[in-house]
Design a protein around this ligand. Sequence first.
Ligand code: FEO
Length: 393
Amino acid sequence: MQKIKPNIYAVGAIDWDRRLFDQLIPLPDGTTYNAYLIKGSEKTVLLDTVDPTKTEVLIDNLVRTEVEKIDYIVAHHAEQDHSGSLPDILMLYPDAKVVTNPKCKSMLMDLLAISEDKFITVEDNQTLSLGDKTLQFIYIPWVHWPETMATYLAEDKILFPCDFFGSHLATSDLYADDLPLVYEAAKRYYAEIMMPFRTPIKNNLEKIKSLEIELIATSHGPIYNNPKFIIDAYTDWASDKVKNEVILPYVSMHGSTKKMVEYFVDTLMERHITVKQFDLASVDIGKLAMALVDAATIVLACPTVLACAHPLAAYAATLTNELRPKTKFVSIITSFGWASRAVEHLTSLMPNLKVEMIEPVVVKGHPKDNDFAALEKLADNILAKHKGIGIVD
Ligand code: FEO
């Protein structure tokens, strides 16, 4: 438990050891499940709970604040890493009401079997007085579920935006003081969780623009005492701007694709195009997702397996399709023994991407001189496309 301001406490839990979220997302730095207690002169509110695995930590922290009663529990988001302890907290504080929006109420009833009489629903921008403090609820849909909302505590100029602006970073620091570390964790979080929702993010950034904010207290990672830092980062990431970069996820079985990848990386470097190569057999998909945030071009490279793209390349294509990066161009490098539909296969897996396909390089057997020439041509084409959109002089 840490005190943020008089009568405002961080009561959430640090999960130092968690290494996977949704059985998909790597958490190299663990995470936190932040919850906040605000004692008003008349009413006391708990903002969110924690992951059910950390309920005891939340309860211990609440005891340490010497809170006697909780009148309201604000549920910003129904996902269980923030709502999972709600049933236990409601048993401990049976007079507390869950304050949320109608959509989140419905999801909490479905997911956690909380009875309808426990809820108070609020509309967008509705306020709730705690006596000397006022909560304003702001709907921020699709960051990253449809029901998400934020709370603005006007008197203390604190925004509680739940997952929005979060970072999976287990740290004892209350505030985001180590900015390079937090930037990396926040960008990883954006890439893995928020990137598919760039348009709602832009709308939600606009929605909070007029608020006077001193602190952004998210549901994961440290509190931002320099809100401009993370708002500027999100504005940049969610923008349509791309960098002169090629992301090159690849897999190789017998060395042909690897040889082409190595040659292709050199050709891109000679043209002063930044290239980020990822071996799909051992990749941290969080790092791959981060690279996808800004890059102008993706080139997938793989051999053919049973006439299709190697399954690891198919996985990378599927993941990229789901993350919907703002990438402008895609190409494919593939090798085969006797027949291949790898290009058609990979293309069919990325229908969400609004990209232009640059002519792929398809190689039979070990790459030969004409194949390396084709890789040179692909690099020339990428450079021309990057010049065409104004990211290269
Ligand atoms: Fe941190 Fe979407 O839950």
